[in-house]
Structures are given as C-alpha cells and as structure tokens.
Design a protein around this ligand. Sequence first.
Ligand SMILES: Cc1ncc(COP(=O)(O)O)c(C=O)c1O
Length: 383
Amino acid sequence: MVKNPIKIADPKAENKLLLKDFKFSVENFINSDNYVNHDYIKKLEETWAAFTGLKHVCFVSNGTVALQLAYNVALRRLHANHEPVALLIPENTYHADLSAITWAGYAKGINNKIYAYDYKLGYETNNILYNEVSETKIIFNVTHLYGIPIPEHFITKTKNNLLKSDFKKRSIVIVEDCSHAHYSKVPLVGDICVWSCYPTKVLGALGNAGIIATNDDELAFYIKMLINQGEAPGIRYNPMVYGTNARGDALQAMFILEKLKHKDRVIQHRRSIVEQYESLSYSNKVTTLVNNDTTCYYVYPITVSSNKIRDQVKSELAKQQIETGIYYPVKMSNIANKLANLPSSGSFQGDNLLCLPVHLGMTTEDACQIRHALLPILDRLGR
Ligand SMILES: Cc1ncc(COP(=O)(O)O)c(C=O)c1O
C-alpha cells in the first residue's frame, strides 16, 4: 500500500504549485477590461508557432472543437459532398475524432467508409493501409497516443503508398492529433495539427482549451473564419461561410502561458518518473511501448498477456491506492458502426494495455513503489 493515494492524473496538485503566478496574472486580467480578445491569446498563439514551427496557430475552446474545425476544412478541400471519403483512423484512440468528423458533416455522405488501423502492427502487415483503401479522397488521422510519437516514416510511407497505389488521382489530408503529446517529439507532418489542453493533459489549462495549427494558408483562412462566425478578417456581419464561435478563452490562454514558463522543470520531473518505470521492460512480465528513442510524458503504457490479467492488475493496484487508466477501452470500428452507422474494417493489437501515472503530483519514489507493487502481482497472476 502506498503512503498517499496516487491518481492517474492530478491537475490540482500541479496547478497549486503555480498558484502565486496565477493570482498575479488573474488580477492583471481583471484590470485589463478586455476579456475576450486579451493579448494572452495572441501571445500564446505566437509562442506556440515558435515552439512548433507551424505558421498559423489558433487558440480555440477545446480539443474536440479543434478536431471539428480540422475535419470541416479537410472535407471542404476534398469536396466531400460529391465523392465518398475514406477515413483512416487508429483502431485504438479517443472517440472525439469520430464524433468530430461526424459533426463536420461526414456521415451524411453516401458510401463513406472508415478504415481502422494499428500502426504497431507495422507498415507492411497493415493490410488496410497497404491494400484495401479504394477511395480516391482520404482523410488520414494520426494520433500520438500516450505521448508516444507514431514514427514519421510510418506516416509518410503510408501516405506515399496510398498516393501511388493505383492510377486514380488521389487526395489526402492528414489530421494529426497531438493531444497526448505536448512536449513529445512528434512529427508534425499533418496538414492540420490539433491539441487538446484539457486539464489532465501535460500542458493542461484550468478548464477547456484547445489549439489548431497548420502551415497551409488556404486551410488557415477557412479555419480562422469558422472560428469567428464565418467572418473574414475585418469584415463584420457579412459571413463568407457558416461558422461558429470557437474562440479560446483568454484566461485559459493565460494559465497555459504561465505553465509554459515551467516547461523544462515539468519535462524533467515527468522524465524522472518514466525512468523509474523503464526497468519494467527488463522484466518478462510486461511489454512497454516506450523505447529509448521515444519521449513520453503523458502516461506510461504497458501491455500484459491478456485482457483478463490487465483488469485484475488494475483492480489489485487500485486496492493499494494506485490508480491506472485504460486508454481506450472501446475500438473505433465498434463506435463507428454504432454512432454513425458507417461501415468499417479494422485490426487491433492493443487490448491488453494499461497506463501507469506520470505527473507532477507524484514523486519518483511513488513511481518506484508502483513498480514494486506491480511485479509481484504479475508473478502471482502468471503474467
Ligand atoms: C487524443 C484526444 N483527442 C481529442 C480529445 C478531445 O479534447 P477535449 O476534451 O479538449 O475536447 C482528447 C481529450 O481527452 C484526446 O485525448
């Protein structure tokens, strides 16, 4: 049993460390009398652009809205109403991606098809990416789950293969979901990149917040209009498209800016926790997905030999006050069939996965204790 309960995420503990800085900035904010368009937003967008190297960065209300905007402009580019569009999506991901594309109008198209893939199976064995996609219009979602980057060569190889796999003229838009991967070295090869800044994320706000970014001028032009009631810059009350209000909250931008000042300390702390887990990979009882080349600061995923053992491990750790997470328990192909009534085909290797906590509210000793708690449980359960 650990001394204090360890949660899978602990935004309260993290935010309390910055209470003084937050208080000072909130006071400035209140006195500014500019609550919607406060400079905090522009400053965050500029900081993010410098940080990622992406040209157009927009701070928006949350990660799901960022995805809705991304799919809306992707479908606009692919002229979705005229031809079927294939969606390639990881079988194991958060269902916000599926909901978002449906909200953006995807399910209305006839003959749209979802292909669920698993990049861990490797490129050549991933039949879906290799052989099966027959549509000429494709949206390719890549999500860097757990903060572990999907290798860039996997993404570009898949894209190139899809482009040259027959004589039809194909168009692909890549939507890259980096919500788990703040600070990780992700490829950022997406036509559009999206971050959720939900409070539990590595760079979480203190409420809902999200970011959408692109290097593509045309996509950026539409994204910016959609965020702001469909109005082009400087032209009020005469919208060019049906838009929405997806503007991010200035106070949340401020919280994120304050947190960015402590980036190095946060990475170092999370890294030292991950190091405690790394020796698990020498045990023959678990497989870790993290290798030395990858950076992972969100949660620490391990796999065991079966679904049943995974659930037993989870409940035994819970008895010792250690919370773990299952990201995610339901396959995308099942959700696609249920929610959107869209046909899908999929392959999946991630059923036995369990995530261990990595955050500022825990110490390296906590991580060491988790490791010591885990191994005897696995011994007993027979791996
Ligand atoms: C991978 C991924 N995509 C999208 C989202 C949706 O973001 P939000 O909760 O900010 O709407 C999340 C949030 O948990 C996520 O983990």
